[in-house]
Design a protein around this ligand. Structure first.
Ligand code: ADP
Ligand code: ADP
Ligand code: ZN
Ligand code: ZN
Length: 762
């Protein structure tokens, strides 16, 4: 047995072997990654970490897995392209736990996603009195259990007439304020041209009878002039028509743009029948020591664990134990402040990732490769240790754990570190260091240097020019918070995850000061058709330039117009939609991913086709363009650290951090502005964080105000002012526990951030 083990040790089976990897920016990367260990990938953003881990290893693992399937099944599966690499060996099944948000569906909750809710249903069917029957009677997603009024959603949507109608306008002036009822539309004709009403009369002057007819009339037909004659239409009042078309199907069914329009004219509130409990009377009447299943779902997980501990009926011991174990895992990743009833679509990316992580912890599978994308996102330094324990637990169960991460405390627990670099994009793509965390710290790489350098507090903080006050904020967990945010300085808003930072800043502050420019990671539209050139509208200048040179129309040089490859319609890829899975994309064979047709590519400027220009990085392109506005835009991209992006790179391939900086570059032109950033260091290497801080300094010194929600202590140290929320998360948080300078924070009692900062400065 011993010799076998010794033999295995030297055998390459103990390593994932990768050679000659050239995916994206990789320059022939060779790696041996120890199996059954925790490996952390470091390096500046854009250096190629994701290209190794996600675009090469994870894709290849998925592809190899598919090859093992019988031909007739494989035929129906997505076709994965083989990543660009020589050898890829000893991969095991890879599970990617990323920050993609979960569940656009209103029925998807923390309880359903973690499969804890079904356990509670079993619990109530056995121990609730009176029992409502078997366990599906407690399911809001089952017709037998759901509240009929709200169909198990817990909320109802009410049309707000004063928002839908403009009383000071006539039908002809567009009194019905909804795009699909705009003057001239088919739906408008039903009212404006029905002959029932004076279309030039202001609504406020309508008689009671006419108003009733307009809003609720029914049971007769009206004539409507169509293109080919007169049609008879069943008349239906505006309220019924609107409700039937836009409310009854459920807001989830509306496209996002339409949904926003609908949300403008409705209010959503708790269901008047079940009061948010989502279940019917029988299910809600069933209680355990006074609480029903809706009460259990509404409790914070930390409290629910205690509540379950008080149940001691022998018949339900196993299910209680199972539920408690699962809940404790959620608590362990720092999410004890969530409730099981919380809709998954309201979770942040970091919260979603940690919940997904929890799901895998409960499984007994071993021998897998787990891949994490910056799991420390959204975590306060205090909670990183607990998350580290989870990564180690996954490893100790016999799995290989690969983590892309910038956080020093996570890097420190790695068995093995792979540092990518030296730069970003074309200047990266190489392995600059491989070994232990201690070795990395001694190394000469950018990461090594950053790990060695410790920054202290700023010598001097700026003085505010004024103050923006948030008054009596009570949203979510906020406890009637009134707090001032100084202007003309850099303010960090800190606190453990769930303490209320986003609620206070991204929701309440921005609602009270709507002129603030919010720069978060989500708000860049990311279709496969957008890229840095289209986003910043450099594409427009590019098209003009080619049009002038060639005498053709600008549209020929757009892949969204006449220039599009006919096969893929200008997408460069063919998308295959699969039920229950993420859609799969393959490179278009007709244009080889170039998006353009041959006609467009016949023309060149300065020896370059439009595709060649889109393949240039922002930095390179500044020599190509001669008009000042475009050069300014390109310079801004470089200024925010995105000079390495090519103009044509689809925005869908950008990381959250890159997307955020792109948005920043696009909006930087505004001056005298309040900027709000939500965790801007996400995806940023320590050296990128430095650059971001320089940028903040430039913004503030240029007369702007910057507010940053942040955990990164380097940002906190650099701030002029700190507002710390807490003391804990959820119902235990929601108060301002500290306001002052970073130096004062380091001495503050009762603040987790203060304690972490003091420890860091030591
Ligand atoms: P990191 O994970 O270190 O931030 P990435 O591996 O995501 O870096 O990116 C390395 C380089 O490859 C960057 O220049 C990035 O913009 C580029 N890149 C990433 N994905 C794609 C893609 N799908 N197509 C083209 N370029 C890409
Ligand atoms: P932080 O930004 O400090 O991590 P949040 O502001 O996201 O904290 O959350 C503060 C509290 O508000 C938490 O208890 C969280 O669960 C709750 N919360 C946040 N967003 C929502 C939402 N959309 N619906 C219900 N509760 C929410
Ligand atoms: Zn209801
Ligand atoms: Zn094509």
């Amino acid at each position: 047995v011993l010799t076998m083990a010794a033999h295995r040790k030297n055998h390459s089976g103990d390593f994932i072997v990768l050679s000659e990897a050239r995916q994206n920016n990789l320059k022939g990367v060779d790696l041996r990654i120890p199996k059954g260990k925790l490996t952390v990938f470091t390096g500046v953003s854009g250096s190629g970490k994701s290209s190794v881990v996600f675009d090469t290893l994870a894709i290849e693992s998925q592809r190899q897995l598919n090859e093992t399937l019988p031909a007739f099944v494989r035929h129906r599966m997505p076709k994965y392209e083989r990543p660009d690499a020589g050898v890829m060996e000893n991969l095991s099944t890879a599970i990617v736990v990323d920050q993609r948000q979960v569940g656009g569906n209103a029925r998807s909750t923390v309880g359903t996603m973690t499969e804890i809710l079904p356990m509670l249903r079993v619990l109530f069917s056995r121990a609730g009195t009176p029992s409502a029957g078997p366990s599906h009677m407690y399911s809001p997603n089952d017709p037998r259990g759901m509240c009929e009024e709200c169909q198990g959603l817990g909320t109802t949507v009410r049309l707000e007439l004063d928002k839908l109608l403009d009383e000071d306008k006539s039908l002809n002036e567009g009194a019905i304020r909804f795009p699909s009822f705009a003057v001239g539309t088919f739906q408008w004709q039903l009212y404006g041209e029905s002959g029932l009403f004076d279309p030039d009369k202001r609504l406020r002057d309508f008689s009671a009878k006419d108003r009733e007819l307009l809003l609720h009339g029914k049971g007769f037909t009206v004539d409507r002039a169509g293109r080919n004659g007169v049609y008879k239409n069943e008349y239906e009042g505006v309220v019924e028509r609107f409700t039937r078309r836009y409310i009854t199907p459920g807001l989830d069914h509306a496209k996002s743009k339409e949904r926003a329009e609908i949300e403008r004219v409705v209010t959503q509130g708790p269901c008047p029948v079940c009061h948010g409990g989502r279940l019917n009377k029988a299910a809600l009447a069933s209680r355990i020591d006074g609480d029903n299943i809706a009460d259990f779902s509404a409790m914070e997980i930390t409290d629910l664990i205690e509540r379950l501990a008080r149940i001691d009926a022998p018949a339900v011991k196993p299910v209680v134990a199972g539920a408690r174990a699962a809940l404790e895992r959620i608590q362990a990743v720092g999410l004890g402040y969530l409730s099981l009833g919380r809709q998954t679509r309201t979770l942040s990316g970091g919260e979603a990732q940690r919940l997904k992580m929890v799901r895998h912890l409960g499984s007994s599978l071993t021998g897998l490769t787990y891949i994490f994308d910056e799991p420390s996102v959204g975590l306060h330094p205090r909670d990183v240790r607990r998350m580290n324990d989870i990564l180690l637990a996954l490893r100790d169960k016999g799995n290989t754990v690969l983590v892309v991460e910038h956080d020093r405390d996570v890097i420190a627990i790695a068995d093995h570190v792979v540092d990518m670099g030296p730069g970003a994009g074309r200047d990266g793509g190489e392995v600059t260091f491989e070994g232990t965390p201690a070795g990395l710290r001694r190394s000469g790489t950018v990461t090594g240097k950053q790990l060695r350098s410790v920054t202290g507090l700023k010598e001097e903080v700026r003085s505010p020019t004024g103050e923006l006050t948030v008054r009596a904020a009570k949203l979510h967990n906020l406890r009637d918070v009134t707090v001032g945010f100084p202007t003309g300085v850099l303010t960090a808003v800190t606190g453990v995850a769930g303490s209320g930072k986003s609620t206070l800043v991204s929701k309440v502050f921005t609602a009270q000061y709507p002129d603030a420019v919010v720069i978060d990671q989500s708000s860049v539209g990311i279709s496969a058709r957008s890229n840095p050139a289209t986003y910043t509208d450099i594409m427009g200048s590019l098209r003009q330039r080619f049009a002038r040179a060639s005498g053709e129309k600008p549209g020929l040089f757009s892949f969204n117009s006449e220039g599009a490859c006919p096969q893929c319609g200008g997408k460069g890829v063919i998308e295959t939609d699969l039920a229950f899975m993420d859609p799969v994309t393959t490179v278009c064979e007709a244009c080889d991913g170039r998006r353009f047709n041959d006609e467009a590519l016949r023309h060149t400027v300065g020896g370059r086709t439009v595709v060649d220009v889109l393949a240039m990085t922002a930095e390179e392109a500044s020599d190509f363009f001669d008009d000042a506005p475009v050069r300014r835009k390109l310079a801004l991209l470089t200024e925010v650290g995105l000079g390495y992006l090519t103009l044509g790179q689809p925005l869908s391939t950008l990381s959250g951090g890159e997307r955020q900086r792109l948005k920043l570059a696009h909006r930087l032109k505004e001056t005298g502005t309040v900027y709000v950033f939500d965790e801007p260091t996400t995806g940023l290497h320590m050296s990128d964080t430095r650059r971001l801080l320089d940028l903040f300094d430039r913004l503030v010194d240029g007369g702007n105000t910057v507010l940053v929600i942040e955990h990164d202590l380097d940002v906190v140290k650099h701030a002029d002012w700190v507002v710390d929320l807490g003391p804990e998360a959820g119902s235990q948080g929601g108060r301002v526990v500290f306001e002052g300078t970073p130096a004062e924070l380091a001495r503050a009692k009762g603040s987790h951030t203060g304690r972490s900062l003091a420890a860091d400065l030591r």
